[in-house]
Design a protein around this ligand. Structure first.
Ligand code: ADE
Length: 247
């Protein structure tokens, strides 16, 4: 999967992503991440990429020309098919795990990072952008959101995680938060690991983990718990019919 991140701060983006699991995925060519510098495409003799908004108002806007030429250069690389373009914006649809799952099926993805007070609307319309927000707060630019989205989507690409199962067995994957986990030693500072985890009894361990995931979700995210219960109503144990006896 190829990620093209259009930005004025390519070093910031690559510095944030080229570490740990994503670094390994890049080295293994499972994903490709390219931070493309929008400034490289300006035709302004002073390398300017922003200007004052028509009609007045606070701050500066990124101009259409460098953004569009940067986009066209990426399109040229990709070839025929038009990729989805995600524009990082607090006005967008809130990014979720479900959205990440869907995006991980794409072959190419363009993420556009705005700065200053935003980007000239004409070029956003021309590129047919989808606005995406990472939460209801305002950052100084789109780089951190682009890094968040790239990290979340890239780890879903097959082979990126060591164990393919580990993307399934985690918070949100089935609508529940995770169960608590423990590692060695069996006793730390007088606190023991729950007995069932040492039992080697796989069915009991799975049941215990499910119970703990339910309890964890109920306590920390009651709205997720309610949604889960609606989708998976607890199976009522069949009432034992009383035997009719004549005597
Ligand atoms: N740009 C500034 N704030 C943002 C946010 N919360 N999400 C996405 N892009 C942004």
């Amino acid at each position: 999967m190829n990620f093209y991140i259009m930005t004025l701060f390519p070093e910031m983006v690559m510095g944030g992503l080229n570490n740990s699991i994503i670094k390994r995925a890049l080295e293994k060519d499972l994903v490709q991440i390219e931070a493309v510098n929008i400034r490289d495409y300006t035709i302004d003799k002073h390398n300017k990429v922003d200007d004052y908004p028509f009609g007045g108002g606070a701050g500066m806007l990124m101009q259409a020309q460098p953004v569009y030429d940067c986009y066209l250069a990426i399109r040229k690389k990709i070839g025929e098919t038009a990729p989805r373009v995600l524009y990082m914006s607090p006005q967008g649809k809130t990014f979720t795990q479900e959205m990440a799952n869907e995006l991980s099926k794409e072959e190419n993805l363009i993420l556009l990072c705005g700065h200053y007070e935003g980007i000239d609307q004409r070029v956003l319309d021309r590129m047919n952008v989808e606005e995406v927000s990472i939460g209801d707060y305002v950052l100084t630019g789109g780089e951190l959101p682009a890094m968040v989205i790239t990290d979340t989507v890239a780890r879903l690409v097959p082979g990126v995680l060591n164990n393919d199962d580990s993307a399934l067995d985690e918070s949100f994957s089935d609508g529940l938060l995770e169960y608590p986990q423990y590692t060695r030693p069996e006793e730390w500072d007088g606190i023991k690991v729950p007995e069932v985890l040492l039992s080697g009894h796989h069915k009991n361990i799975a049941e215990w983990r499910h119970e703990m995931a339910l309890e964890n979700t109920k306590n920390k995210r009651p709205e997720l718990y309610e949604a889960y219960i609606l989708k998976h109503p607890p199976v009522e144990k069949k009432k034992r019919r009383r035997k009719k006896t004549d005597d």
